[in-house]
Design a protein around this ligand. Sequence first.
Ligand SMILES: [Mn+2]
Length: 471
Amino acid sequence: MRLKVGFILRSLLVIGTFLGLVVLWSSLSPGSSDENPFGKRDDSLLAKGDLADQFKPVVPWPHVEGVEVDLNSIRLKHGGANHPPNADQHQQPNQKQVIQQQYVTFRPNSHNYNAPVLKKGMLGNFEPKEPEPQGVPAGPGEGAKPFVLGPEYKDAIQTSIKEFGFNMVASDMISLDRSISDIRHEECKYWHYDDRLLTSSVIIVFHNEGWSTLMRTVHSVIKRTPRQFLAEIVMIDDFSNKVHLKERLEEYIKQWNGLVKLFRNEKREGLIQARSIGAKKATKGQVLIYLDAHCEVAINWYAPLVAPIAEDRTVCTVPLIDSINGQSYSIEPQGGGDEDGFARGAWDWSMLWKRVPLGDREKKRRKTHTEPYRSPAMAGGLFAIEREFFFEMGLYDPGLQIWGGENFEISYKIWQCGGKLLFIPCSRVGHIYRLQGWQGNPPPAHVGSSPTLKGGTSMQEFQMVHGGNCL
Ligand SMILES: [Mn+2]
């Protein structure tokens, strides 16, 4: 039954998109006396009578509290550079003006920043001068070597996987400051970055995470981010109830004298709204960097990730995500990419996330092997965005609560609002994927039980049909 509903909703999505395109095309065609062709829809163009009944949704569209945005007033506030002059007020806007009116005119770039330069044979200015120190000399998991425990731990490991999704027994034995292997492309070491980089707030949202995997995320950021650019780490606790995340956490982060902040939601908000809350709480950095709560940032991850944003504030960047093994904590590049492991983000007709190898057209456009490349979509958990730009785009849609759709929403929004989504091969972040047998985090009570089919898909379809514009 669930499958059928999904099928009907998807059919509706296709029909809805078609109708939407007809309406859009009609309003673009000349001859309309409406000054703002996007302000009104001509109902006479919509199907009536029998035809209208035919397209009536069998299931009502989900009601989502959205925020109506008046694009014209935003444009005027920002100087209205593209607004047609008064003299032309009664004339028909031309095609170009019509298209420009769909975009918000964002605050222009004001940050002086020179593009990175590749100097072969000359070590990059942000590269560590010597190998990084080990957390515990020759300790378990150092250098991201696989750490395998004996059979006597089997039951304890299974219990921890059920509760947290990872082998917490092994994780707890590995230093929070462990060293990792450098699996970057060799060329990455020779990029030189303008050091007028932007500062960042790193935002980590968590709900009932295991202690050492969560704290290793924090430790790795502090260890591998140049201190002058790390404004703060903002931890958002989405209403956890595990004891180790209470006073113990509050006490633990005191060692960083306010660099690491902890905010707690008073009720379960869901990952996506918690990320928007994080954006509001993280006020110190110019850029917001979102990380999952079980990551390890890699060597020189920061400069390559933030440089494109320093160059152009409407760019959103995504690091290359490596896979940390949730049993042994070794780190491997992800599959699904091209011969360099480079992949772009895409989706299939079930709105499921996919990685596809970097295509020839994008490869040819690039001058070097390791410079950033464009991607239609992102996986959603790890990305960097200029804080004000994220606010100008209206953060996440307030109707989105749990994961499974927000990544597409934010991706469409970035591209449709005139921004860019870039994947950064030289900025790498390891992420632990949950193991089979994890009992999972139940979603908040007010959301359905399955992110992809119940909560997620209807939101995705809502976004596709109703959210097909910039905001
Ligand atoms: Mn994750």
